[in-house]
Design a protein around this ligand. Structure first.
Ligand SMILES: NC(=O)N[C@@H](O)C(=O)O
Length: 182
């Protein structure tokens, strides 16, 4: 299969909204499956042994989370205020990483070397939704309309390693960086 150009993105089911543009994929468990799992407040609101639903208050599982062997789960506030993705995407080697927009919609750009020749997929993720990316999923994030504040779930050692790398320029050991193929 011809390796896709950098701007090549798969065309999937279009969002029924004015936010979706060319190449945006609707965030569904099926479409996102090569990269991880989807959390969706409305779609996941179903009765079950780990749920309680009432008019006044409800709780139900959004996802489990795996920080990797001997990993400690890390909760981070993250903000994105950029309309264009950077040259390099990043992939975390040891841990899943969850991203939940709180204010503002984000676009999550992803590729995997072992999926569709590294074709970049772009998903709109709105407040009330979230994603859990599997280790090795190259990703970067842009915001749709100014700053978007998000909650991120990661691994303490990966956060510390990435922070050190970004601050000092030293090579990260738990994160790799690469541009989309082609
Ligand atoms: N903290 C951290 O890992 N951030 C990046 O992965 C990112 O995608 O923003």
């Amino acid at each position: 299969m011809k390796s896709p150009s950098r701007s090549h993105v798969t065309l999937g089911r279009r969002e029924n909204s004015d936010l979706a543009g060319d190449g945006m994929l609707e965030l569904t468990p099926e479409a996102f499956a090569p990269f991880g799992r989807v959390m969706d407040f409305h779609a996941q609101q179903v009765p079950g042994s780990s749920a309680f639903l009432s008019a006044a208050t409800s709780f139900f599982r959004a996802s489990l989370f795996e920080p990797g062997a001997d990993g400690t789960t890390d909760l981070l506030w993250v903000s994105y205020d950029r309309a264009e993705p950077p040259e390099d995407f990043e992939a975390h080697l040891l841990t899943e990483q969850a991203l939940i927009p709180i204010t503002g919609t984000i676009v999550q750009h992803l590729f995997r070397d072992d999926v569709d020749d590294g074709t970049v997929n772009r998903f709109l993720v709105r407040p009330g939704q979230g994603i859990v990316m599997s280790p090795g999923s190259f990703h970067t994030t842009t915001s749709v309309d100014g700053e978007a504040l998000c909650l991120m779930v990661s691994r303490v050692s990966t956060t510390d390693d990435l922070s050190r790398s970004l601050q000092t320029g030293c090579q990260a050991s738990e994160t790799v960086f690469a541009p989309p193929p082609g």
